[in-house]
Design a protein. Structure first.
Length: 177
């Protein structure tokens, strides 16, 4: 039987501890042949804190981990009996695995975010922002256009009393207020 991806519900905030505990239990019980991967879906995000650009990690699905495994009675019990696991998603006794396409999409998105972090905050047209970096630092403005594919926004800032469009990176602004 081939290994398939299953979604496992955990206590929120304990995803990494559950991953470590599950991997340890797999080794303890010698069940490596039934498990091939345990993943906490995360993405890298960029934020500006006190003028400093920081990259951090954020859970994509808080309270859930992905487990690639061969589902049988023993492997089901091993996962189910891991501390802070509340159960499988998609059926209590016979959970439905993710399709290969769904699992590939999640894994591919994680890999892309590792190389190209996304901004921690989502910006929308009309949002009031403060510029945190560059020649317009401390200027206030309103977002006129958002280009997520480029990680940029066009902000209308007041320069000498005139509204002027300025193109800025997501990491160079933060929401006002």
């Amino acid at each position: 039987m081939a290994h398939k991806w299953y979604i496992v519900h955990t206590y929120s905030g304990y995803e990494n501890k559950v991953k470590a505990a599950l991997e340890e239990r797999i080794r303890q019980y010698g069940m490596e042949e039934f498990f091939s991967d345990v993943v906490v879906p995360t993405e890298k995000v960029i934020e500006v804190v006190k003028g400093e650009r920081r990259t951090s990690s954020r859970k994509v699905f808080p309270g859930y981990i992905l487990v690639k495994m061969e589902l049988n009675k023993d492997s089901w019990h091993l996962v189910q009996d891991t501390p802070r696991v509340t159960g499988f998603v998609g059926g209590l006794q016979n959970p439905v695995p993710l399709s290969d396409a769904e699992a590939d999409k999640i894994i591919r998105q994680m890999e892309e975010r590792e190389l190209n972090p996304v901004p921690k905050y989502n910006f929308e047209v009309g949002d009031s922002v403060i510029v945190t970096e560059g020649p317009f630092t401390n200027f206030h403005g309103v977002i006129d256009e958002v280009r997520p594919e480029k990680g940029k926004v066009r902000v209308m800032v007041s320069i000498f009393g005139r509204s002027t469009p300025v193109e800025l990176e997501f990491g160079h602004i933060q929401k006002a207020g």
